[in-house]
Design a protein around this ligand. Structure first.
Ligand SMILES: [Fe+2]
Length: 211
């Protein structure tokens, strides 16, 4: 048990001792275990970000957004959609859109746009390319809009820790030019399939609040 967990345990024991935390039916030890188990499972909702001007309704469910013959470093994004109790959210839909390798959004069609139906147990995955930079928002990013029955629609964005914008130190530089609202949105990048078809891989788990 870590120091923080020990303090927390002591605090809860004091609460029980003073009658602040009580149960009519459970013994003290069970009450303590149940409280810790329940609070450990609660997840913080994913912070929101701006929608931006390039969202477009009606995108197809494209699991592979790559376009044959078009440059761009391959990127695989995977993640899960949870509620704040760390349970998968049934019926969630994940819209993703981003600029092409030159930093241009497709305003006429659905290039680099997808609307994924999340599959049990809450997973989504998409193959695409690393977005390009564009002058107005000079960090590579992917936009998200996530909806699910009974939950608040979430607008988010992810960024990439490997982006030169962060100068190799996203912990220090994520606040630069007010580009990024929260540190967790700058995702670590892993190189996968190095010997066959190298791709960047990023995970982004999403936590939705109840409506
Ligand atoms: Fe954008």
């Amino acid at each position: 048990m870590t120091k923080a967990e020990l303090y927390r345990r002591e605090f809860l024991e004091k609460c029980i001792g003073r009658g602040v935390l009580a149960s009519a039916v459970l013994p003290q030890t069970r009450l303590l275990a149940l409280w810790e188990e329940t609070t450990a499972k609660s997840l913080k909702p994913t912070p929101t970000d701006v929608l931006g001007p390039f969202f477009k309704k009606g995108a197809p469910d494209h699991r592979d957004m790559r376009i044959k013959g078009e440059p761009g470093f391959p990127l695989k994004i995977t993640g899960k959609v949870y509620n704040t109790r760390a349970e998968p959210v049934p019926g969630a839909r994940v819209h993703l859109w981003h600029a092409d390798f030159k930093g241009i959004y497709d305003a006429n069609g659905y290039r680099y746009r997808s609307q994924l139906a999340v599959e049990p147990p809450g997973d989504y995955t998409v193959d695409t390319i690393m977005p390009g930079h564009y002058p107005d928002r000079p960090a590579q990013h992917v936009h998200y809009l996530i909806s699910a029955p009974g939950h608040r629609t979430l607008i988010a964005q992810i960024y990439f820790a490997t982006d030169p914008f962060f100068e190799g130190n996203p912990d220090k530089n994520y606040t630069k030019r007010n580009m990024v609202s929260n540190r967790e949105a700058v995702r670590p990048v892993t190189l996968i399939d190095e010997s066959t078809a190298p791709r960047a891989a990023v995970t982004f788990d999403i936590v939705l609040e109840k409506a």
